[in-house]
Design a protein around this ligand. Structure first.
Ligand code: NOJ
Length: 535
C-alpha cells in the first residue's frame, strides 16, 4: 500500500547525478545515465527519487553552486533529458524531487557577474550582501565560512560580499523582493516541467541578522556547527541558537509564500523537504507547520552511534517532536555530506539499523549506494575535489568519500559506471558489491532492501505509530535489544554480538543477517541483526 499523501511515508532514493551512471564515457554520471537505470530504482521498491543538483554550474561545490537554476549543465545533459527523466520516472510510478539552492548562487550566475561590474550601492549589488570594508580594511564582520576561512571575499573596488560557503557561492539577499520573485520563477519552472517536489538546500539560512556585527565567539559557532568537532554538548547547545545566519524567524515567511505557490498546483500533492540544521530540536517543527513545508530532515541518525540507549532516544524524540505538530519524522542514515553508514558503524550494523529504521513511521531517505552496503571510497588526497578539503588546506578531508560512483557490474573498477576515467576512483575491493553480483545473491544487502521495502509497503505503511516492546526503558531485556510493535509486525534489533532470545510467536518476515531460530514461542535473534516477525 502507498501512503497518502504520497510523500508522508515515502521512501525517497537520493541520487547524486555525478556518481550514479555515466552514459557518455566522460567519467561523470549524467541524466541519460539516470534514465537508463530508473527500472533498477523502481525494482528497489522506493516511491520517489531526489536528484541532487544537475543545473548549470562551474561545479566548485558539487553543483550546489548554481549558475543557472533553470537549465541543465551540459555535463549532465540538457533540458530535454530532464523532461524525459521526469516522464520516464512517472511512467514507472516514481515521483521526482529536485534540489533547489536558494541561499546562494554561483559566482558565475549572471546576477553576480553584473554585480561585480556594477557600482557599490547599485541594484545589481543589492541582490547579494555587499558591504564596505571596516576602516582598517577588514571584512564587515568576523563570521567564519562553513567551509573554512572568512565568510567574506573582497572585490576590486574594496567592497566585500558574504558567502556562508565557498567564495564562489555568494549568498543571496532575501530582503530584496527581486530575489524572492526570481526564485518563484525557478520553482514554477520545475513544477511546470512536472516535478513533484523540492529538497531545499540550507533552508534555515536564507535570512541573516546582525550582518554588520561581530559575533562574540565566531570560532565557537563554527565548531558547534560541525559534526566532526567534538564539544561539550552544553557549550554546543548554548552556542547554536546564537548563530546569526541560521534559523531566523524571517525564513518562515518565505516558506509560507512558497507553500501557497505549491498549493496552487491543485491535485498535484507537491511536497518540499527542508534541509534545516536547527537547535533546539523543537525549532525544526516550525518548518512543517501546516502552512509551511511538508517535511524537515532529521539528521540525528547520521552520526548516531550503534548504541541502544542513544538510538532509543533519537527514535522516540523524533517521533514525539513531529507528533507535536501533527507531522511524521524523516529518517536518513547517509547522504552526500556525511560518511557512509557502513563505514561509520560497520557493515552488519548498517544492515541491522536500516532494517529497523525502515519499519518506523515517517519517510525514509536512502542515499544511492546505501542499498549496496557501500563503504566510503578510498581516495588519495591528490584526487580530492571537495571545497572543504581545498579551503581547509587538507585539515578536513571533506565529503568525497561518500560521493564515489556506484559499482554496477564486472570484476574490476570502475565496475561499469563509466567507459572512461571516473571522476573519483573506485576500488577493486568493491568486486562483491556490484549491483550485478548482489542482484543474484539472496543474502545481499541489495536484496535485503528490496525485500524490506516490499514488506514495508505490504505490512507497515498506514499502520500508525510504534509501541515499544524492548528498550532501555521498556521490557526486560538487556540494553542491547530494541523492540517495537507496529500494526501486526514486531521488529527487534539485537545490537549485541551474541544472540538474543525473545518470546514471540509469528511468521518471520525478514532478517538483516544470520539465521533465525524460532520454536516453542521463542525467537532467537542472531547477533547484530534485526528481525521482522508477523503475527
Ligand atoms: C548543503 C548541501 O547538502 C551541501 O552539499 C552543500 O555543500 C551546502 N549545502 C552548500 O550548498
Amino acid at each position: 500500500m502507498k501512503s497518502s499523501p504520497w510523500w508522508k511515508q515515502a521512501t525517497i532514493y537520493q541520487i547524486y547525478p555525478r556518481s550514479f551512471f555515466d552514459s557518455n564515457g566522460d567519467g561523470e554520471g549524467d541524466l541519460p545515465g539516470i534514465i537508463s537505470k530508473l527500472e533498477y530504482v523502481q525494482e528497489l521498491g522506493v516511491d520517489a527519487i531526489w536528484l541532487s543538483p544537475f543545473y548549470t554550474s562551474p561545479n566548485k561545490d558539487g553543483g550546489y553552486d548554481v549558475a543557472d537554476p533553470r537549465d541543465v549543465d551540459p555535463r549532465f545533459g540538457n533540458l530535454d533529458d530532464a523532461k524525459k527523466l521526469i516522464q520516464v520516472a512517472h511512467s514507472l510510478g516514481l515521483k521526482v524531487i529536485v534540489d533547489v539552492v536558494p541561499n546562494h548562487f554561483s559566482d558565475q550566475h549572471i546576477w553576480f557577474q553584473q554585480a561585480l561590474r556594477a557600482k557599490r550601492g547599485s541594484a545589481e549589488r543589492a541582490r547579494f550582501h555587499f558591504y564596505d570594508a571596516n576602516e582598517d580594511g577588514t571584512p564587515p564582520n568576523n563570521w567564519i565560512s562553513l567551509f573554512g576561512g572568512p565568510s567574506w571575499t573582497q572585490v576590486e573596488d574594496g567592497q566585500y560580499y558574504l558567502h556562508l560557503f565557498d567564495s564562489s557561492q555568494p549568498d543571496l539577499n532575501w530582503d530584496n523582493p527581486e530575489v524572492a520573485s526570481d526564485y518563484e520563477v525557478t520553482l514554477r519552472f520545475w513544477l511546470d516541467l512536472g516535478v513533484d517536489g523540492f529538497r531545499i538546500d540550507v533552508a534555515h539560512g536564507l535570512v541573516k541578522e546582525n550582518l554588520l556585527t561581530n559575533h562574540p565567539d565566531p570560532q565557537g559557532i563554527s565548531d558547534a556547527l560541525r559534526l566532526d568537532v567534538s564539544m561539550d554538548p552544553e557549550i554546543r547547545y548554548a552556542l547554536l541558537p546564537t548563530v546569526p545566519y541560521f534559523d531566523r524567524q524571517g525564513v518562515h515567511e518565505i516558506y509560507r509564500k512558497w507553500r501557497k505557490l505549491f498549493d496552487s498546483y491543485k491535485d498535484r500533492d507537491i511536497m518540499a523537504v527542508a534541509e534545516a540544521w536547527v537547535h533546539p530540536p523543537i525549532n525544526s517543527t516550525r518548518y512543517v507547520r501546516s502552512d509551511e513545508l511538508h517535511q524537515v530532515f532529521n539528521f540525528d541518525l547520521l552520526d548516531a552511534p550503534f548504541k541502544s540507549d542513544f538510538l532509543y532516544e533519537v527514535v522516540n524524540r523524533s517521533i514525539e517532536l513531529m507528533d507535536s505538530v501533527g507531522a511524521l519524522p524523516t529518517w536518513a542514515l547517509s547522504n552526500h555530506d556525511s560518511p557512509r553508514v557502513a563505514s561509520r558503524i560497520g557493515e552488519v550494523q548498517a544492515r541491522a539499523l536500516a532494517l529497523f529504521v525502515l519499519a518506523l513511521p515517517g519517510s525514509c531517505y536512502v542515499f544511492a549506494g546505501q542499498e549496496l552496503g557501500l563503504p566510503d571510497g578510498e581516495i588519495p588526497d591528490s584526487s580530492r575535489q571537495d571545497p572543504i578539503y581545498i579551503r581547509t588546506k587538507g585539515v578536513q578531508k571533506g565529503r568525497d568519500g561518500a560521493r564515489v560512483p556506484l559499482p554496477w557490474s564486472g570484476e574490476t573498477a570502475p565496475f561499469g559506471f563509466t567507459t572512461g576515467k571516473p571522476w573519483l576512483p573506485l576500488t577493486d575491493k568493491w568486486k562483491e558489491l556490484t549491483v550485478e553480483k548482489q542482484s543474484v545473491d539472496p543474502k545481499s544487502t541489495l536484496n535485503l532492501f528490496r525485500t524490506a521495502l516490499k514488506l514495508r509497503a505490504d505490512h507497515l505503511i498506514d499502520q500508525g505509530s510504534i509501541r515499544w516492546l524492548e528498550s532501555p526503558e521498556h521490557g526486560s531485556k538487556s540494553s542491547s535489544l530494541l523492540g517495537v510493535r507496529r500494526g501486526n509486525v514486531s521488529i527487534y534489533m539485537n545490537l549485541s554480538d551474541s544472540a538474543a532470545e525473545v518470546e514471540i510467536t509469528g511468521k518471520l518476515l525478514t532478517v538483516s543477517a544470520g539465521i533465525v531460530d524460532s520454536r516453542d514461542g521463542k525467537v532467537t535473534i542472531p547477533p547484530i541483526s534485526t528481525v521482522w516477525v508477523h503475527h
